[in-house]
Design a protein around this ligand. Sequence first.
Ligand code: 13P
Ligand code: SF4
Length: 329
Amino acid sequence: MSIPVLDPIVGYIDEPVDPGLDLYDEIERLKQEKNALLLAHYYQEPAIQDVADYVGDSLGLSRQAAETDADIILFAGVHFMAETAKILSPEKKVLLPDLNAGCSLADACPADEFAAFKAQYPDHVVISYINCSAATKAQSDIICTSSNAEHIVDQIPEDQPIIFAPDKNLGAYLIKKTGREMVLWDGVCIVHQLFSEQKLVRLKTRYPDAPVLAHPECEENLLKHADYIGSTSGIRRFAVTEPYDTFIIATEEGILHQMQKDSPEKTFIPAPPEGGCACSQCPHMRLNTLEKLYLCLVHEEPEILLDEEIRIQALRPIDRMMEMSVAVL
Ligand code: 13P
Ligand code: SF4
């Protein structure tokens, strides 16, 4: 019998998969057999989105993780998302196909450095974007996602100073939208940071009637050209409801898969990044593959495990987010 080996240095099950296997069918079969729920973020490759039980943004995925009665949550996303699922559902086995699937925002905000930063502003309330580690969440007062960030900031009393971490672009966008002063942590998303303003302007000249839909993780020089700014689910909704034929999309291009499925008659053009590359894919999200998902379900590894003290501390600001954003879609 072969022993499942998760090499902690490799971070995923590194085993050959029979190329003749129908991985889609195998994953479906294993999900049923093990009562597993497969959650996928919009930035996953199309084949993974198609085999998932739910595809959504960070808020939707967290809500699913909190509510499910499955025994296993298989998370097709990045590490902070799977950690959030574990924080919310500690009794479930939470699996992440590749532990290397990180996030530049989470990596830019180590908990010890954040603690020292926070200590400089003892009277500030700390709002942290969900794209951070459990240890950083544990030091926060409220978590937010791009869907509910503005709604949450609006509920903070006017005289209460705020620290916002770790995304300085989302923070700058919130300052502009809400008129609130905030102390910002200096982190960026490597994908959204890379969109080229010059190429976007050229694209707009070519498609003058196409609205630009952008994620607030983009820089201000990009956002100023946007007709709509919102989370991935907000961008998806806008494209379904608004009567345009063509849209320019400034976020990770994985979302185009659902948008195209929603509206096959519409055209979606990804905003171009700087440099020669024609793609805007998150290198962390794209570490997940159907093969890794399959092996992860077979061996039930890699599993997300959390220190219980950190989990309880990190749950508090996530619960506050949930309470403060019941009305948010
Ligand atoms: P949302 O899907 O919540 O908009 O977040 C985007 C993102 O960058 C996830 O890593
Ligand atoms: Fe992190 Fe950006 Fe990738 Fe989202 S797209 S996981 S914010 S690096």
